[in-house]
Design a protein around this ligand. Structure first.
Ligand code: IMP
Length: 222
């Protein structure tokens, strides 16, 4: 004899295809990211309204994964569960190979205070100084990483994943007024610019986030 509990019913509902929604939650409260997403989604001309999770009073998720992809999925599920809508999350950061890929998934809180860009940049400069002192003419490589996860519903067993990598060099002092986060330290030798001295449109055309969104769009419709 089989028993059907409320938990089984919920599990079955969660595995069933959901009705496509033309509203998606964007699982981020980071102003810099939100500004870039707005432009990128506008350019994509999707028949979807993107709602930042802050507009729905959804708090940030606890990011306790060990990789960008784990944290992106955690954030997307959290926003989808809280809203009942499909959700898309970005987990991103700066990886510096000579620092064992730090700050990595801890980029937003590298200096201990979430989202304090000035302190994070100062810490990165300080951590790299001894390495620069020993090899003054060798550029220090770094890469921005962006992993996007999209879930159709909170327990979606098949999240859509896209990843963008952007290679550059880390400067010893900030340059440029635009962007956010580590942009003023991220030098692009081929453009003779930092990510902070590019226009918003130019940054999106080459950045880790721009690459990841364009890759995600190739995987739609859901
Ligand atoms: P998350 O919100 O946990 O994904 O953390 C992202 C952090 O990575 C930001 O707070 C920035 O410090 C850094 N970051 C990610 N993308 C960028 C970018 O495009 N420019 C500069 N810093 C970035």
């Amino acid at each position: 004899m089989t028993h059907s509990s409320a938990a089984d019913t919920t599990r079955e509902e969660n595995l069933n295809p959901v009705t496509p929604s033309n509203q998606w939650v964007l699982a981020s409260n980071n102003k810099g990211k939100l500004a870039e997403f707005k432009r990128l989604f506008a350019a994509a001309d999707l028949d979807v309204t993107i709602i930042p999770q802050g507009q729905l009073d959804i708090e940030d998720a606890i990011e306790d994964g060990l990789s960008f992809v784990e944290n992106a999925i955690i954030k997307a599920r959290h926003a989808s569960r809280a809203s009942g809508l499909p959700a898309i999350a970005d987990d991103s950061g700066l990886c510096v190979p000579v620092l064992g890929n730090a700050p990595g998934i801890y980029s937003a809180r590298y200096a201990g205070e979430h989202g304090n860009d000035a302190k994070n940049n100062a810490k990165l400069i300080a951590e790299l100084q001894p390495i620069r002192d020993t090899q003054p003419s060798t550029p220090i490589k770094g890469m921005f990483v962006c992993v996007l996860a999209m879930v159709r519903h909170a327990d979606d067993p098949l999240p859509i994943i896209a990843q963008g990598l952007w290679q550059g060099e880390i400067l010893a002092a900030p340059y440029g007024d635009g962007g956010f986060g580590y942009d003023p330290l991220f030098w692009l030798p081929e453009l003779q610019a930092t990510a902070a001295s590019l226009s918003a449109a130019d940054k999106n055309s080459v950045s880790h986030r721009g690459q990841a969104i364009r890759q995600l769009l190739t995987q739609l419709p859901l």
